[in-house]
Write a protein that binds this ligand. Structure first.
Ligand code: GLN
Length: 307
């Protein structure tokens, strides 16, 4: 099947739904996003790129950054990371605090906010060289996306820092269980900045394709992670990548995927390609409403699903 044709068809098919869902407002800088924007992009394991819709529009990675920091932290500390963060779906919203108390400060998984703070803390501890932690994360994403100009959107980072009371509470709570090694403020600063890294939909698909290709970036040929690690990161995305809607995403789409509250979703078709979508209107679980619909159409029309 002609992939470009499929993406263009999906862009046309979702048009009547654009504007549905609610743009995130709890981070004030995200509230001005245009709910009519839509983009879809794919990169195959042969390195071929396909895009449709508002392909040049930049948006912040938000929680999608958690996949990249998980990759970096696993490469840095290996399986020891799992002593500090679990691998089970939380069944709770992305910013929930409730499980942390009775699970003694060990977050359920690395793709909810609590788990991502622990992962970022592990990266902060490992960065002693010339690069700061955020430069390390940014460098990784630039390499994956093949664009050295990718940067932190400073306005969004500031807006997150000014209103991130819940993340601050979470960081302090985890610290009280001694599961953060660094200052809470340092970890939060890196976390807010990693969430604010701005990409296009095309760059997002390109930056995820190593997870479709056994851990090797097919464009540069670089091994990013061991094959078995790529497989496991995909398993965590499938089970935890959409918070308390992970089961529904698996049911409707059936691909490892990670959403972000700015409206992006990156999905992996193991052995074939990475697909990214962007549309800022969110469903009640905080995942892109039209983006999920587009991926559901993609899986149904192409038969690309792990099930
Ligand atoms: N930066 C956002 C937050 O911490 C990320 C959450 C998300 O994308 N779901 O609240």
């Amino acid at each position: 099947m002609d992939l470009q044709h499929t993406l263009d068809d999906i862009r046309d098919a979702v048009r009547p739904y654009l504007g549905e869902g609610k743009v995130a407002r709890y981070i004030p800088a995200l509230a001005s996003a245009d709910p009519k924007k839509f983009a879809i992009a794919a990169v195959t394991v042969d390195g071929e790129q396909f895009v449709s819709g508002d392909a040049d529009h930049r948006f912040s990675l938000q929680s999608i950054s958690k996949v990249f920091t998980l990759t970096l932290a696993l490469n840095a500390v290996g399986a020891d990371l799992w002593k500090r963060v679990g691998r089970e779906p939380s069944g709770s919203p992305f910013n929930s605090l409730v499980q942390l108390e009775y699970e003694h400060g060990i977050p359920r998984n690395p793709l909810i906010n609590a788990g991502a703070l622990v992962v970022t803390d592990a990266i902060v501890s490992r960065c002693g060289g010339t690069l700061s932690p955020i430069e390390t994360i940014l460098g990784f994403i630039r390499d994956r996306a093949g664009n050295d100009a990718i940067a932190v959107d400073e306005e969004i980072a500031r807006s997150e820092a000014e209103t991130g009371f819940r993340n601050a509470a979470m960081g302090n709570f985890i610290k009280s269980f001694k599961n953060l090694d660094n200052d809470v403020a340092t970890v939060l600063d890196v976390y807010f900045r990693q969430c604010s890294i701005a990409v296009t939909c095309a760059e997002l698909s390109r930056s995820m394709v190593y997870l479709a290709n056994g851990g090797v970036d097919p464009v540069s040929g670089e091994r990013v992670v061991a094959a078995e690690r790529a497989r496991r990161i995909n398993a965590i995305m499938l089970t935890c990548g959409h918070y308390d809607a992970s089961g529904d995403f698996a049911y409707r789409v059936g691909l490892p995927g990670k959403s972000g509250v700015s409206g992006g979703i990156a999905a992996v078709v193991p052995g074939k390609m990475a697909v990214a979508v962007y549309s800022p209107g969110l469903n009640e679980r905080g995942n892109s409403l039209v983006g999920t619909l587009a991926l559901e159409m993609f899986a149904a029309r192409t038969g690309n699903s792990v099930f």
